[in-house]
Ligand binder design. Structure first.
Ligand SMILES: [Ca+2]
Ligand SMILES: [Ca+2]
Ligand SMILES: [Ca+2]
Ligand SMILES: [Ca+2]
Length: 477
């Protein structure tokens, strides 16, 4: 009995203690300042108008590896907020047609909440599977060669001409940027990027670590280095005249010279077929290995290779292919590379596509596309690569014989050299914008011509692999 009573009192005592603990912890919770682990919310307490410049969107698995990059960006005055995909999906639950649209809706939120101007997307395909670390958007424009292609402009063109969210699916059927023949089904997409977007299409954690290290080292150590003032131009006769009397001159070399004309203080090395210096991969490997700040390939490509023709000759001279990437020895002397050619930046390639005959024909059976292999290379390669994710249309493909992919490339160099756009994403954004305002259709019902689909596809497919806030030439010290 006594024992029983004691037990009873003990039980009551324990209950009281538990209630008190619970009460006090509730009081403590209630009295504690509401500080979230989210840095922007901490900032909200101190600053009524928090701002960020750069939003990094990453799969959760890679998030911690990016902390040093965030610290580096903040230290150079690019205020950076990193968010995981899990947080993106949580924030946009129940919204959007699919995960890619959820990412886009989150970018819109980040623009309106924090005033961001740049987005860095972390993630390409998962290893060699056809699954993705980070969502992508394919647009459905069938030009007879390819029924759809990857575009990152989708994640930069957030608002339409009226200032509303631009879904790129105006007929709301879950098919994006759709064209049937030479007619648009999703109409009046203004295309104009509202922010700058770059992507690191990393396939594994090692590539994340490589790129973080390369970007930080590049920005800290490049400024004032003599090698940065070297530019290597690699080109030839893109369209041999014997095939068409309008194709006079050596188009690739002409665009390389145009780009150079906008860059003062750069020392050019011209590897051209017309001067006999572009003879094959070895001279390209040797020249890049010497180090340069800018690199422009102008010719023809596929996901595995790049080359061009000798003057008025259909022979294909290979300049650089994926199997040559390991031979580049430029170490920390990393150029910003622009590559003109079809599909060099088509980042949905995989070795398993070797089992598909069409993919074999198109050179899509490679573990990495040409541009990404160059960018993520250890011990050299590039720091960022701009190129085409799709079939690259040039002025020779247009009735107007004007504009095309080469126009955007040269405009990128002009933005940097003449308009002082030293942040790579700004140069990309302004080059794209000027292309669209110069060439792309305005009313996608009444002002459509045979060239219109090309002038939509060109800006959509010109993709930046790299940090959009990268300071070309490094941070001035
Ligand atoms: Ca649609
Ligand atoms: Ca449709
Ligand atoms: Ca827009
Ligand atoms: Ca020609």
């Amino acid at each position: 009995m006594q024992i029983h009573i004691n037990k009873k009192y003990v039980s009551i005592g324990l209950l009281i203690i538990l209630v008190l603990i619970n009460f006090s912890s509730n009081v403590a919770t209630a009295l504690a300042p509401k500080i979230s682990t989210q840095p922007y919310q901490i900032q909200l307490l101190n600053n009524p108008e928090p701002t960020y410049d750069l939003l990094i969107i990453t799969p959760t698995a890679f998030s911690a590896m990016l902390d040093t990059l965030v610290d580096h960006k903040n230290s150079m005055g690019i205020f950076t907020h990193k968010v995981t995909l899990d947080e993106v999906y949580q924030h946009t639950t129940g919204q959007g047609h699919d995960e890619a649209e959820q990412v886009k809706l989150y970018i819109k939120y980040a623009i309106e909440e924090w005033g961001i101007s740049y987005v860095l997307l972390i993630g390409g395909m998962r290893h060699q599977s056809m699954k993705w670390h980070l969502p992508v958007r394919y647009v459905a424009m069938d030009d007879g060669w390819e029924s759809h292609y990857l575009t990152d402009l989708y994640f930069a063109d957030i608002y339409d001409a009226e200032g509303n969210f631009s879904s790129w699916d105006t007929d709301n059927d879950g098919v994006f940027g759709e064209w049937a023949g030479e007619e648009a089904e999703d109409k009046n997409i203004d295309l104009i990027p509202d922010i700058a977007v770059g992507r690191l299409p990393v396939r594994n954690a090692i590539e994340v670590l490589i790129m973080v290290q390369k970007i930080i080292q590049y920005e800290q150590e490049t400024y004032g280095k003599p090698w940065f003032k070297e530019i290597v131009l690699i080109a030839g006769d893109t369209y041999p005249e014997f095939l068409n009397p309008n194709w006079t001159g050596y188009e690739g070399e002409d665009y390389a010279e145009q780009a150079l004309s906008y860059l003062s203080g750069f020392n050019p090395t011209r590897l051209y077929t017309s001067n006999g210096l572009l003879t094959g991969p070895q001279v390209v490997i040797d020249t890049i290995s010497n180090g340069c700040g800018l690199l422009y390939f102008v010719g023809h490509g596929n996901p595995m290779t790049w080359g061009n023709h000798p003057p008025n000759n259909k022979t294909f001279v290979t300049g650089l292919s994926i199997e040559h990437m390991p031979k580049l020895e430029n170490m920390e002397k990393l150029p910003v590379c622009v590559v003109s050619g079809c599909h060099n930046s088509q980042f949905d390639v995989s070795i398993f596509r070797i089992f598909d005959s069409l993919s074999r024909y198109r050179g899509e059976y490679t573990p990495e596309c040409w541009s990404w292999w160059l960018t993520r290379k250890i011990g050299g390669g590039s720091i960022a690569t701009l190129g085409c994710s799709a079939l690259g249309y040039t002025k020779e493909d247009k009735d107007s014989f004007d504009g095309g992919l080469n126009w955007v490339e040269v405009e990128f160099f002009r933005q940097y050299g003449q308009d002082n756009q030293s942040i790579i994403g700004d140069a990309w954004k302004h080059a794209i914008t000027n292309y669209i305002t110069t060439y792309s259709p305005i009313n996608w019902d009444s002002s459509i011509t045979d060239d219109s689909f090309i002038d939509v596809k060109v800006p959509q497919s010109f993709v930046l692999f790299g940090d959009p806030t990268l300071m070309i030439g490094g941070i001035p010290t």
